[in-house]
Ligand binder design. Structure first.
Ligand SMILES: Nc1ncnc2c1ncn2[C@@H]1O[C@H](COP(=O)(O)OP(=O)(O)OP(=O)(O)O)[C@@H](O)[C@H]1O
Ligand SMILES: [Mg+2]
Length: 259
């Protein structure tokens, strides 16, 4: 079982998009996959057309001792792809968590209940470095960092790497756990802009083998798929976005946890 975290404190870089499409791509290859939506915006949940009405979500899972992982898991429309959904109630749960003991380890303890039941778990995280993201870092072991190339991207990536070192030293060491960077994923890549090409070259020079070979192009179908509640593979299987996510799936499979 591999647990991947899709994280970046910057908003709108493609965390939820990557969570949905990477998970769907793995599920299509007959891997058993679980998405954990750990963002109060619930974009992975909405993007797979999963409803939280009258159902318990990750909010109860994190704040109520008796609620089990199995109770909150829902099937999605796609075979082999399940989800622990989220909605705005997670924002309140996040505040409640602040007053609970061992608040960084709530998700980890619940995920242990389903140990070995999935080949892959993918955690979508919010655009902040709070308790929710910390729970992701104590649960998962490989981080995918989507970025949009711009002047500040390099600095953002460096800061993120520093934060991971801090989490490993000050928090994960308590539980003998370690999280590492699987790779930086360039999203919204537009080969026509000089800036994107330049920043991509610099990112590759500095972060070398920590940058995925796959780049996700700017592609309107990716955006449309999400609003239709489908993965890119089901919405537009022949588009450039679908090919790119297919190649990311292959890169992840090849790594097989070696980071
Ligand atoms: N490669 C792409 N081409 C076109 N649109 C994209 C692409 N990647 C993401 N988008 C769109 O950009 C928007 C932001 O993407 P997404 O929600 O995945 O970002 P996020 O990092 O999860 O944001 P947040 O930080 O708010 O959680 C969405 O509307 C999504 O459909
Ligand atoms: Mg998101």
């Amino acid at each position: 079982m591999r647990t991947l975290i899709v994280a970046n404190q910057k908003g709108g870089v493609g965390k939820s998009t990557t969570t949905i499409n990477l998970a769907a791509g793995l599920a299509r290859l007959n891997k058993k996959v679980l998405i954990i939506d750990s963002d109060p915006q619930g974009h992975s949940t909405l993007g797979l057309n999963v409803s939280t009405e009258k159902r318990k979500t990750i909010a109860e899972l994190l704040t109520e001792e008796r609620v089990t992982a199995r109770e909150v898991i829902q099937k999605t429309y796609a075979p082999n792809l399940d989800i622990i959904p989220s909605d705005l109630s997670l924002a309140v749960a996040d505040l409640k968590l602040a007053n609970l003991g061992a608040r960084e380890f709530k998700l980890r303890n619940k995920v242990k209940q389903i140990d070995g039941e999935y080949d892959y778990i993918l955690i979508d995280s919010p655009p902040t470095f709070g308790t929710l993201t910390m729970n992701a870092f104590t649960t998962g072991s490989e981080i995918i960092l989507p970025v949009q190339l711009g002047y500040l991207s390099l600095e953002g990536v460096s800061n993120f790497f520093d934060t991971i070192n801090f989490v490993n030293r000050d928090i994960n060491s308590i539980i003998n756990h370690k999280v590492g960077i699987a790779g930086v994923l360039v999203n919204f890549f537009d080969v026509r802009t000089k800036l994107a090409r330049e920043v991509f070259t610099s990112i590759n020079e500095i972060f070398g083998n920590k940058v995925f070979t796959t780049k996700i192009p700017q592609n309107v179908k990716i955006n449309e798929a999400q609003s239709q509640g489908k993965s890119i593979f089901d919405y537009a299987p022949k588009c450039r976005g679908s090919t790119a996510y297919g190649s990311l799936v292959q890169e992840i499979l090849k790594m097989d946890g070696k980071i």
